[in-house]
Write a protein that binds this ligand. Structure first.
Ligand SMILES: NC(=O)c1ccc[n+]([C@@H]2O[C@H](COP(=O)([O-])OP(=O)(O)OC[C@H]3O[C@@H](n4cnc5c(N)ncnc54)[C@H](O)[C@@H]3O)[C@@H](O)[C@H]2O)c1
Length: 308
């Protein structure tokens, strides 16, 4: 089986590529290295085909059996800085959809729990998104288009709404990295973590290893549609800081500042019923275990990002 991973030099994509190799797939990666880094795939560089390019150039990789699409600009501030990226993300996605129809391959793509902004938890796949950000405006049409291609051309697809993904190998994302990584980095550097507001905003932390499992399960499923990839439990930033501090055996320094961001996401917490019952996916790694593993990884780096 040949798999393509767009964004395969990024945080989640590189973990997907690694697992696919372990499962015996032949793997090709296309990544424009905007937030990714070839360092993320240094251990597998001789086993994968890599092309530097935009996801829309997927045809350059030849025919595949399955596409994992993670190669889209991955963070809210990126779209706020350049909102024309919304159109780019959608048109690149249409190129991926056309590729999958032409080559009769299944598509598993990254969507986001930010789509739930403005709704109280637990967040269920059936709600109609309110669209509170440019980032979300890029994601929701992707989901609708995948459904349209399913109706028109029989595309097989799963769109996965990732919750707050954390884990090893997130250093190339720098300021766009998950709060867990940022807190660990600050702790290792013995610097203050900056918190927007009172720290009571909550995130459903899902470990990258569970996210990879969700991708693999979705790729083999007969189901089409949109599925949450979260744990169903959320923690406040204050709680996450305590957990990281406990794992490090020290108290993490913090500084609370006024939240400068409009339409900020206050809480995300997955309703896990649909993905559990239809896909057979359940996250397995607890926040405490995942934080310990991530900490061990970051402790071994020569240098962690010194952001802000
Ligand atoms: N990390 C999370 O918590 C989270 C949550 C929800 C959704 N997601 C989504 O999952 C996907 C992967 O995110 P990540 O956390 O690994 O971030 P990431 O920034 O590490 O990964 C994105 C990768 O895609 C590449 N890329 C970006 N735009 C591209 C384009 N137009 N063409 C080709 N390559 C491109 C980047 O260089 C990077 O390697 C993204 O689509 C992101 O929006 C992530």
């Amino acid at each position: 089986m040949k798999a393509i991973v767009t964004g395969g030099a990024g945080f989640i994509g590189s973990h997907i590529a690694e697992r696919l190799l372990e499962e015996g797939y032949s793997v090709s990666i296309i990544d424009n290295l905007s937030t990714g880094d070839k360092n993320n795939i240094k251990d597998i560089k001789n086993k994968v085909k890599f092309i530097k390019g935009n996801s829309s150039e997927i045809n350059k990789l030849g025919k595949a059996d399955i596409v994992f699409h993670a190669g889209i600009y991955s963070s809210t501030p990126i779209y706020r800085k350049d909102n024309t990226l919304v159109g780019k993300a959608i048109s690149e996605f249409i190129a991926i959809l056309n590729y999958c129809v032409k080559n009769k391959c299944k598509l598993v793509f990254a969507s986001s729990s930010s789509i739930y902004n403005g709704y109280p938890p637990p967040h269920n796949e059936d709600v109609i998104p309110k669209v509170k950000d440019f980032y979300t405006e890029a994601r929701y049409p992707m989901e609708r288009l995948a459904d349209l291609f399913q109706q028109m051309y029989g595309l097989e697809y799963c769109g996965l709404r990732y919750f707050s993904v954390y884990g090893e190998r997130e250093e190339s994302k720098k300021t766009f990295a998950n709060m867990v990584s940022q807190i660990i980095w600050k702790g290792l550097l013995d610097k203050e973590v900056m918190i927007y507001g009172d720290g009571e905003q909550r995130r459903d932390l899902v470990n990258v290893s569970d996210v990879v499992s969700a991708n693999l399960i979705a790729s083999k499923s007969k189901e089409n549609g949109i599925f949450n990839v979260g744990t169903g439990v959320s923690y406040s930033f204050n709680e996450i800081i305590k957990k990281v501090g406990y794992a490090m055996g020290k108290s993490i320094k913090t500084k609370n500042i006024d939240n400068p961001l409009k339409n900020y996401v206050d809480i995300v917490q997955a309703d896990t019923q649909k993905s559990r019952e239809k896909l057979g996916f359940s996250a397995r790694i607890s926040a405490d275990e995942g934080i310990r593993t991530a900490l061990e990884y970051y402790k071994k780096l020569k240098k962690v990002p010194d952001i802000f």
